[in-house]
Design a binder for this molecule. Structure first.
Ligand code: ADP
Length: 285
């Protein structure tokens, strides 16, 4: 059996075309994406720049704003501004408390990276919510490639607030039987071997080797790690590919889809603002 390669670049290109059309429909000045970042973090600056480029490619305006610690009034201003559809706080922030304070002030309706406790709570309750982009990109890939998760045994490795937990909730909402593994899991290999679908978000280069994957399993790797001068996932791709039924490469798997999920949620928010404005104009006329 040959392994099926789950190509995220292809999925991202499809999403990009769809979003470009949706932005066009929003008229001349669609509301924009605001990216708030800590000026001292190079990684956050790079992330903000890549999101800005991705937004530009679908015709969406964006702005990257440097925030000082405690600048919650900046977020309040963006919340109140009808020309802003989405607000993302680019991680990392030098001061984790300042980061949390900023995030907690974001209007949940503009929280297009699902970072607020309100959206996390809605997701945990199985209600409609904005969701962290990496978690959502796992679902986008599963849907794009027609992978069945209902009733399946899905194992998630990692319980972070940005990937593991939200992805587990999204899968649960799609009727998967979900097992969440983490650092304290007694026998990780025993758990992962039983997975029909394995989602890995541990941030450990090549954590998952051949002996940890069942034959024919679908393997989705959310890891992006620098190792030996190149980018590798949390899955040892060369070792696991001959055993898996389907696998995401790194790079080129989940990575390219993630910014598209921020943009998709921004466009959803922009569409809501647009139709509310149209309804208002209608009621005045
Ligand atoms: P990410 O952003 O990829 O989710 P985090 O560092 O925030 O990364 O979280 C890492 C998660 O992966 C944690 O929940 C941790 O318990 C899990 N993890 C890390 N190393 C291992 C390991 N060796 N075995 C199982 N789980 C692990």
């Amino acid at each position: 059996m040959t392994v099926r390669l789950l190509d995220g670049r292809e999925v991202a290109a499809h999403l990009r075309r769809d979003l470009t059309t949706r932005v066009e429909r929003l008229g001349d000045a669609p509301p924009r994406l605001a990216i708030v970042r800590d000026g001292s973090s190079e990684a956050a600056t790079m992330y903000a720049a890549s999101l800005e480029r991705a937004a530009g490619r679908i015709g969406l305006r964006s702005e990257s704003i440097v925030a000082d610690a405690g600048h919650t009034e900046l977020v309040a201003r963006l919340n109140a501004d009808p020309s802003v559809a989405g607000i993302v706080v680019a991680w990392p922030f030098a001061d984790a408390d300042a980061d949390r304070a900023l995030v907690e002030h974001i209007d949940p309706a503009k929280d297009v990276d699902g970072a607020t406790p309100t959206n996390a709570g809605r997701l945990a309750r199985g209600e409609p919510a904005f969701v962290p982009a990496t978690a959502l990109s796992v679902i986008a890939m599963i849907e794009a490639f027609g992978i069945e998760v209902a009733g399946q045994r899905v194992v998630v490795v990692g319980r972070s607030a940005v990937v593991g937990r939200p992805v587990a909730n999204l899968l649960l909402a799609r009727d998967a039987t979900v097992v969440i593994c983490h650092r304290a899991t007694r026998d990780l290999a025993a758990e992962t071997r039983r997975a029909e679908v394995l989602v890995v978000a541990a941030g450990v280069p090549r954590l998952i080797g051949a002996e940890m994957v069942g034959r024919g399993a679908v393997v989705i790797d959310c890891g992006i790690n620098a190792a030996e001068g190149r980018v590798v996932g949390d899955v040892d791709f060369d070792a696991v590919a001959p055993i898996a039924g389907a696998i995401t490469p790194v790079p080129g798997g989940i990575g390219p889809v993630t910014p598209m999920m921020v943009l998709r949620q921004t466009v959803e928010s922009a569409e809501r603002i647009h139709s509310a404005a149209a309804a208002n104009a209608g009621s005045v006329a």
